[in-house]
Design a protein around this ligand. Structure first.
Ligand SMILES: [Zn+2]
Length: 87
């Protein structure tokens, strides 16, 4: 009697526990703060103000959204400035 073959995939988070996460940058918030997503289990991390990687909780998502807005308006202003000075 033939046994059914192995299940096609391990639970991704189990795989990650054994082999480690495969984090990819999913978003650049500022020059220093980025968001990472594991390509297997979709776990998300972010860089905190100390430069450490921490779990991306809804609270940090909110903080990052604010940081991103500040960063974008700052870089937009910088771009304008360099444009003016280059004329
Ligand atoms: Zn993972």
């Amino acid at each position: 009697m033939e046994k059914p073959t192995n299940k096609p995939l391990l639970i991704p988070s189990m795989y990650c526990n054994v082999f480690g996460h495969d984090y990819q940058i999913s978003k650049k918030v500022t020059y220093h703060v980025k968001e990472y997503t594991c390509s297997r289990c979709k776990r998300q991390l972010t860089t905190n103000s100390n430069g450490h990687l921490i779990e991306l909780t809804p609270k940090f998502k909110e903080i990052n959204a604010i940081l991103e807005r500040i960063h974008q308006s700052r870089t937009a202003r910088l771009k304008k400035k360099t444009l003016i000075s280059s004329i």
